[in-house]
Design a protein around this ligand. Sequence first.
Ligand code: ATP
Ligand code: MG
Length: 268
Amino acid sequence: MTQTSEQATGGYSLESPTVNALWSRKYLLFLHNVTAVFDGFTALDIDDIGIRHNELRVVIGPNGAGKSTLCDVITGKTRPTTGSVYFDGEEITRLSDAEIVRRGIGRKFQTPALFDSLTVYENMELSLPGPKGIFSALFATRRKVEQDRIMALLERVKLADNVNTEARFLSHGQRQWLAISTLILSDPRLLLIDEPAAGLTDAETELTAELLLELRDKHTLIVIEHDMDFVRQLDSPVTVLCDGKVMTEGTMDEVRRNEEVIEAYLGR
Ligand SMILES: Nc1ncnc2c1ncn2[C@@H]1O[C@H](COP(=O)(O)OP(=O)(O)OP(=O)(O)O)[C@@H](O)[C@H]1O
Ligand SMILES: [Mg+2]
C-alpha cells in the first residue's frame, strides 16, 4: 500500500501550485523524496509519506529504523539532506524549528520535557500560548477560561487530584500524560508523539490509547510506538520503517501478516 507521489497527485509534479493545492486538500502533511544522511550514513530515505487530515498514523520499526529522525525532520530539528516536507499546503522544509511550531506542529519527545520542581498546574500554565501579562484588563476573564481548560484536560488524564504535586513525584505514566496535556494546550494541528506507552502499566496504556483516539476530533497525530498491544488498541493505519525506508503501510493486521515485517521487526 506504499503510495507514490504520482498516485497522490494524479501523475503531476508537486512543484505545480495547482497540484499542490489539490493535493494539500487530501493531506495535512506530505514528505517527498526525503533523506537524512549523517556522516555518509543514511538514517532516513523516504519516497513518499502522506498523512490525511484528522488521521492517527502509527509508525513502528525496530531500533534505529529512523522513527525519531523522521520526527526530527518534520519538526525542523534536523534539516533533511534532500527532499521536501509540506504542511498544510506549504513547504516547510527549510523553516526553523520555532517557525514550524508556530505553524502548528507540536511534539512529545521520548523522554517528556517537564519542569520537575514545578507543580502539575504550573507546568500546564507555562505551556499556555500567548502573552502572560498579568496587568491586562482582560486578564481575569482570560485566566478563568484558561483555568477551566487546564482543569478539564487534567481531569481527562486523571491528574486533577495532583494539581499541586511537583512533577518529579509523578509516576512515569502520569508524566507522559502531563507532557501530552501541555502539548494539547497550545492546540497544534499535528501532534508527533514519540513512544507514549513505553514503560506504562496495562491500565495506563489503555487510557493513553483512549486519549490519543479522542484527540483525532481536533488534531492529526503521528504516534511512534514499539508496544504492539498498544498499537493494536489504536487500531489505526500503520507505517513500518526499517533501515530508514518505508517497508510497508496498512492496517495492523495487514502489517502483521507481511513476511518482511515479521522477519525484520517481530523477529519470528
Ligand atoms: N544526529 C545523528 N548523527 C548520527 N547518526 C544519527 C543521528 N540521529 C540518528 N542517527 C542514526 O540514525 C539511525 C536512526 O536513528 P533513530 O533515532 O531515528 O531511530 P529510531 O527508529 O527512533 O530508534 P529507537 O527505536 O531506538 O528510538 C540510527 O542508526 C542512529 O544512530
Ligand atoms: Mg527513537
